[in-house]
Design a protein around this ligand. Structure first.
Ligand code: SF4
Length: 52
């Protein structure tokens, strides 16, 4: 086993960008409601975060 990566994080754009520093990441996380499956989804989330 290479690394201890949460199954749900494996195809997430944010995991690619931030790894375990993803702001909602924790070990053994099973469900994520803010997962970004592609760059577009991430950009949308980033926009929301920036306008808060
Ligand atoms: S957004 Fe969710 S799925 Fe994506 S890296 Fe963070 S915790 Fe994992």
């Amino acid at each position: 086993m290479a690394e201890d990566i949460n199954e749900i994080c494996k195809d997430c754009v944010k995991f690619e960008k931030f790894g375990k520093k993803c702001h909602v990441h924790w070990e053994d996380k099973k469900v994520c409601t803010v997962k970004a499956k592609n760059e577009e989804e991430w950009q949308e989330q980033a926009r929301m975060l920036n306008t808060r």
